[in-house]
Design a binder for this molecule. Structure first.
Ligand SMILES: Nc1ncnc2c1ncn2[C@@H]1O[C@H](COP(=O)(O)OP(=O)(O)O)[C@@H](O)[C@H]1O
Ligand code: SF4
Ligand SMILES: [Mg+2]
Length: 329
């Protein structure tokens, strides 16, 4: 199944949950060369925090998230960073598999393929729960867990196969399995895209509640800024495998500083406006990224320097980072 968890080796290390990665890079092998996809991002998450990862399709959101737990195919991919800290402890390459245990679990866009079609939910949940329990897993424990993710008819769900569940129920089961692993961090990668509007709302509310009740840290990946503003405490805006803006969600919503973020905000559907606005041009292809600022072919503020040099990511206000020559401290 696609819901990936890791077996913990030394649980006592996780007294204080936090992940802090500096200068994360991911390159994919293309023929004899490597193509840079994620280009030096810093990512941090704190306990009971929801960090939103936003940006158009193809901007490197999923690749970045999968690289956190080294889930990309190792034969054609190279992951590197300057520092990887768990609980403020710096971890070196050899220790990462050791520290990774039970730290991160994932839920994806389409929940059904992430569950094993051959087994009832009961067996799948039991398997994960038994990793963290010395005793045999009781039905009551599983039912309680399913009820905690809003599945009131828990007994029926336990005795169902994945194809017998609706998309919304299957996503709740996937979340329950992630919780069963007792991960400190949940990566929810476009978890509502395959669901209808009502089910979407339910899953977003559930994630928010779980953050508070379980002290869970969540990376919430979406191209939908409306959802981001509802759920996220902090938002990272991705463009061409880079972070172009990172700030508290309220700052991004009220006063976006990067031209790309401002353009994304204009695309959010508004009540009373019938036409949908789109950002002009296309998101760039990684095999032929524009010179300088990768957003320059689409940017109305572009000038000479933007075509020649890549802007650095600068902290322009406390906690508000922007990658644009036109935005000053
Ligand atoms: N396994 C892979 N091998 C080569 N390139 C990949 C692989 N996975 C993703 N990519 C490329 O990485 C880029 C970013 O993809 P992705 O992270 O999935 O974007 P997003 O999640 O923002 O839509 C895309 O151009 C995609 O083609
Ligand atoms: S650096 Fe230049 S091209 Fe890039 S976003 Fe800023 S103004 Fe636009
Ligand atoms: Mg994706």
């Amino acid at each position: 199944m696609l819901c990936v968890t890791f077996t913990i080796l030394k649980e006592e290390k996780f007294d204080m949950q936090i992940l802090d990665i500096k200068n994360l890079r991911v390159d994919f092998k293309k023929g004899k060369q490597f193509l840079n996809i994620v280009s030096g991002i810093d990512l941090k998450i704190e306990p009971a925090q929801i960090v939103g990862i936003a940006g158009e399709s193809g901007s490197g959101k999923t690749v970045s998230m999968l690289s956190l737990a080294n889930l990309l195919p190792s034969f054609d991919c190279r992951i590197s960073y300057d520092s990887y800290k768990v609980n403020r402890i710096k971890v070196d390459d050899k220790q990462i598999p050791f520290f990774r245990g039970r730290l991160i679990s994932y839920i994806f866009q389409d929940p059904v393929p992430s569950l094993d079609p051959m087994f009832m939910i009961k067996s799948q949940l039991k398997e994960v729960l038994s990793l963290s329990s010395d005793h045999s897993v009781k039905n009551e424990v599983m039912e309680k867990l399913l009820k905690s993710v809003g599945l009131e008819d828990a007994e029926r769900v336990l005795n169902s196969y994945p194809h017998q569940l609706s998309g919304g129920m299957a996503q709740r089961v996937a979340i329950a399995i992630a919780l069963a692993s007792k991960s400190k961090i949940l990566v929810a990668d476009e978890p509502t895209t395959a669901l209808d509007a009502n089910l979407k709302k339910g899953i977003l509310k559930l994630l928010k509640d779980l953050k508070d009740e379980n002290n869970l840290s969540i990376f919430f990946v979406s191209h939908d800024l409306e959802q981001m503003f509802y759920i996220a405490d902090r938002i990272y805006i991705f463009y061409a495998g880079m972070v172009v803006e990172a700030a508290d969600a309220s700052h991004i919503k009220k006063a976006p500083l990067h031209p790309y973020t401002a353009a994304l905000l204009k695309c959010v559907p508004q009540r009373g406006k019938s036409s949908l606005i789109q950002i002009k041009g296309r998101s760039p292809n990684f095999t032929s990224l524009p010179s300088g600022c990768p957003f320059h072919p689409r940017c109305e503020f572009m000038d000479d320097i933007c075509q020649r040099m890549r802007p650095p990511l600068i902290e322009v206000k406390k906690g508000h980072f922007v990658r644009c020559f036109k935005v000053k401290k």
